[in-house]
Ligand binder design. Structure first.
Ligand code: GDP
Length: 181
């Protein structure tokens, strides 16, 4: 079954977004190996696709070795998934472009891992502030990739962007099944 992986800096609003997307959905957490700390969690949605919850990056306080273990785990996971449709990269719309987010999408590009952007917490500041932060981020993306990445502006508070995002994912899931018959 097709998978979408969700990643972002800690506190970006990933849990809130995942809750928004899975509201009213038939959701099953698939169990991993017992006794092992689960860093990467899979949720089966509507018996149709997997939402994969990747650990947040950008913790300032963890040691270098923990950080590199995480990074290895995430990159091993992302590089070896035939059924990974795309990575949803969550970006806090309140902030100017963050180095770690830009580094991560650059890494995705270098490894030919498809991604799209989800700007979170759009309700937290005025529309024009959101727009200008989004545009700055898109501009930096265009400088790297030569084209604008797919993106969604969302708020878990107001539900902004929810329908568009779900429609996009369901469409991609359908394409996946069409090409994997
Ligand atoms: P995570 O660490 O990335 O999973 O982030 P959480 O989903 O736990 O959210 C971090 C904080 O931001 C919490 O206090 C949330 O209530 C808040 N938050 C998340 N999404 C939104 C949003 O769309 N709007 C507002 N106003 N607050 C949000």
């Amino acid at each position: 079954k097709p998978e979408f992986a969700f990643i972002g800096r800690s506190n970006v609003g990933k849990s809130s977004l995942v809750n928004m997307l899975t509201n009213n959905k038939n959701l099953a957490k698939t169990s991993g190996k017992p006794g092992k700390t689960q860093l990467i969690n899979h949720f089966l949605i509507d018996d149709n696709w997997y939402m994969v919850d990747l650990p947040g990056y950008g913790f300032a306080k963890v040691s270098k070795s923990i950080k590199s273990t995480w990074e290895k785990m995430i990159s091993d996971y992302l590089k070896n998934r035939d059924n990974l449709v795309a990575v949803a990269v969550l970006v806090d719309s309140r902030l100017d472009p963050q180095k770690i987010d830009i580094e991560f999408i650059t890494w995705c590009g270098n490894n030919e891992i498809p991604f799209f952007l989800i700007f979170t917490k759009s309700d937290k500041q005025g529309k024009s502030k959101t727009q200008s932060n989004v545009q700055k981020f898109l501009q930096e993306s265009i400088e790297i990739f030569g084209e604008e990445p797919q993106y969604f502006i969302t708020s878990a508070q107001t539900g902004e962007g929810k329908e568009e995002l779900i429609a996009f994912i369901e469409n991609e899931v359908q394409d996946y099944y069409d090409t994997h018959k």
